[in-house]
Design a protein around this ligand. Structure first.
Ligand SMILES: *Cc1c(COP(=O)(O)O)cnc(C)c1O
Length: 333
């Protein structure tokens, strides 16, 4: 399969030419200009950011498009809703050194960069103090030292932001540093770029991945079957040829995928592309995201129906993140 039309020659060009202007998004997608004042207000708090490739997958003139709903700033984000706060996961208290989150005993998460190709409006780290958490090269040395001193940690997760928003040179440096620590058995990458900017999976990056001695697991983030384009399938195929294990985690989102049939289609499409479902997260109660949330009984009802539509191995685990817990909390079991 070949890659069809992509709006930019390289992923770096794509990343420096994101749609960030509220007026432009309305005109490109032929949406009602009456949305502009609210859109601008919401974008002041958490800027609008959409790769042109992803924008092209959105149906023009359809405000309810499930891809659009994930990325279009809304006035509803400005509502203060009881129970939704800036850091509901209390991540800032599990942050022993800048750029490192160590919540679960056997694995750590590195917030490699604050940059991301897309701003998901329901982002749970949109208030994260990234300015203090960009490790940089010096910070990375401290992280490697920390890992060497914590032999119980056997897996490192690269997250962000989006770790693939950084360049290959930086990633290679990190891969080499982690691989040199004998107690680390697995390397995991949490990224949405293969979905929103599949061009990021270049032959050069595949070569780097293939050279890592540790098993590599990539957990992508795809919420709706329409996100799985030919370009995305092609990116997955390259990754699989590099022996990367592909998993998907996504979020149950009102107005996007709060429907068992859609979620079943997503699992089927992922499997067909070589990706296994991993987690289905209920929304973290982050300020400005309440309009994406579902009551827990509604979530459970969708999940029970999903179980009837799929073989067990294609049903993601429904989970909630609770501060202070040593793992995600399984629900609906
Ligand atoms: C979710 C999460 C992980 C990974 O959890 P798994 O169950 O291993 O996927 C690790 N660290 C942090 C801080 C997390 O939030």
């Amino acid at each position: 399969m070949s890659v069809a039309y992509l709006p930019h020659p390289t992923w770096q060009d794509a990343l420096s030419d994101l749609v960030t202007d509220p007026e432009e998004v309305l005109s490109l997608l032929q949406l009602d200009r009456a949305l502009l004042p609210d859109l601008k207000k919401a974008a002041e708090y958490f800027p609008l950011r959409i790769p042109r490739y992803f924008l092209e997958r959105i149906e023009k003139g359809n405000f309810h498009d499930p891809l659009l709903q994930q990325v279009l700033p809304s006035g509803l984000e400005l509502n203060e809703v009881t129970g939704y706060s800036a850091d509901p996961l209390e991540e800032s208290s599990k942050n022993p050194i800048p750029g490192l989150l160590h919540k679960y005993p056997s694995r750590v998460l590195i917030t490699l960069t604050n940059a991301c190709a897309v701003h998901c409006r329901y982002c749970f780290r949109k208030n994260f103090p990234y300015a203090d958490n960009n490790p940089g090269k010096v910070g990375l040395e401290k992280i490697f030292t920390y890992l060497a001193a914590h032999p119980d940690v056997n897996e490192v997760i690269l997250s962000g932001g989006d770790p693939l928003a950084t360049n290959d040179k930086m990633l290679q440096h990190v891969f080499e540093g982690i691989s040199a620590i004998s107690t680390i058995k697995r390397l995991r990458i949490h990224t949405r770029l293969p979905i929103v900017l599949p061009q990021r999976i270049t032959p050069a990056f595949i070569t780097i991945l293939s050279s890592i001695k540790l098993p590599v697991i990539m957990v992508v983030h795809c919420n709706h079957p329409r996100e799985i384009s030919h370009e995305v399938v092609f990116a997955f195929q390259q990754l699989r040829e590099a022996k990367v294990i592909l998993l998907n985690q996504n979020v149950l989102l009102k107005g996007v995928n709060d429907n068992a049939v859609i979620l079943a289609e997503l699992s089927e499409a992922l499997f067909a592309a070589g990706v296994m479902p991993y987690y289905l997260h209920v929304l973290d109660k982050v300020a400005g995201t309440a309009h994406f949330d579902l009551p827990e009984d509604a979530a459970l009802q969708i999940y029970q129906e999903l179980n009837t539509l799929l073989p067990g191995y294609l049903v993601p685990k429904l989970v909630r993140e609770e501060p202070g817990m040593l793992s995600k909390t399984l629900i609906g079991v």
